[in-house]
Design a binder for this molecule. Sequence first.
Ligand code: FBP
Length: 479
Amino acid sequence: VLSGGQAPGGHNVIAGLFDGLLQFDPCSELHGFLGGPRGLIEGKERPLDAGAIAPYRHMGGFDLLGSGRDKIESVEQLAACRATCERLRLDGLVVIGGDDSNTNAATLAEHFRERGLSTAVVGVPKTIDGDLKSDEIEASFGFDTATKVYAELIGNLCRDARSARKYWHFVRLMGRSASHVTLECALQTQPNVALIGEEVERHGRTLAEIIDDVAQAVRRRAAAGTSYGVVLVPEGLIEFVPEMRGLIDELNRLFATAAAEFDRLATADDRERFVRSRLSPPVGRAFAELPERIRQQLLLDRDAHGNVLVSQIDTELLLIDGVRRRVAAWQKSGEFHGKLGTLGHFFGYEGRCAQPTNFDADYTYALGRVASRLVAAGHTGYMASLRGLVDSPRSWRAQGVPLTSLMRLEQRHGRQTPVVAKALVCLDGAPFRHLAAERERWAIEDAYVYPGAIQYFGPPEVCNAPTRTLALESAEREG
Ligand code: FBP
């Protein structure tokens, strides 16, 4: 079952699994569940044979089976999954997904074991966000390809900025919570500013302070005669900003208790008045100071759990608005000479289904093979893993990692619940330290790097290079 957001290489996991199972026993059968966990719950599946898989080998996307974000939590859902596995007499169930999906996998493994069902449940680490990792899981698949697609686009913007010399490009990058994608893209392209949500949180930086930092970079470059630049903004930034976190929490609580009343209000103005009358005074003030477009977005979009859909908020436009105001004030007081041109971008879906890089193609195929071995051996509640990823695939070392080793207790629906933890950017780790050491220079100089398109054939150091994150982390581990 493919689960959660698309990530390049998902089809190769299936190919590796299929080949591995047939090598183990030529009579093996592989079934794929349709539309993610819902397919498992409702028993919707299709048999996968060599002919069905062949056109999808090395291809991006999840379209062979489709995906979904359903959680498997309730007693009824668990029973339905058990019934599906019993009906198909499955020796193994392979869940290809991120933190939520692997939480599902761990729950199912425990439930099956308790009920005496022999289906082994095995997880495969997938997410372009790069936040499913641990000491034993070096990287999630898809991160390599997605960040290389974004880095190509950012490099193109850097080149355009330097050519046209009139725009500051503000680029929001996908990555629901953690800032790994932004950090990796910054290491690959060396933009003028790269904001990291985890750093914002550690230092308790307010929105006004973040805007001020960016505006100061604009001012310093303008003073040096450079009226262009590139700023990278992680999708999850605003949840790390203390007053925004407070606002989102209050809105979520309000929607949880008064959604029906709120949804009956006819106009955007009515909805805004309703919300403002119920927010606490400091949070209400923070809300009022936001640009109208952002206020509307906070109120219009909600996810399946009724919470504010933070990933859809145009944070890059929020920052542009703030920086423009600062610069306008400086222009008025004679502290800023010249013009400020700004453009906003969002890169996310462009990379999620891209053709996998050589790295991701090999990594995912190998993960599928490891998953087939774990199933064949009847190991349940494990995640397929490969170590030594910066080396050639021939020397990768296969292993199974207990899903429980990735879990911790979090407050969910008012009670402590075991979940696979999201790995945030480690501010003491080598990738962030590298950014921190270089960014002062990148802010002033044009230190841009233009990675260009992903290469599949040619010198291995070009075609098979790991991400900068993986290379720096591996070098640090090796000491
Ligand atoms: P997964 O963690 O499930 O792989 O999804 C990651 C992601 O691409 C995030 O970066 C993004 O915020 C989210 O999915 C968007 O998903 P959707 O299009 O379903 O809203």
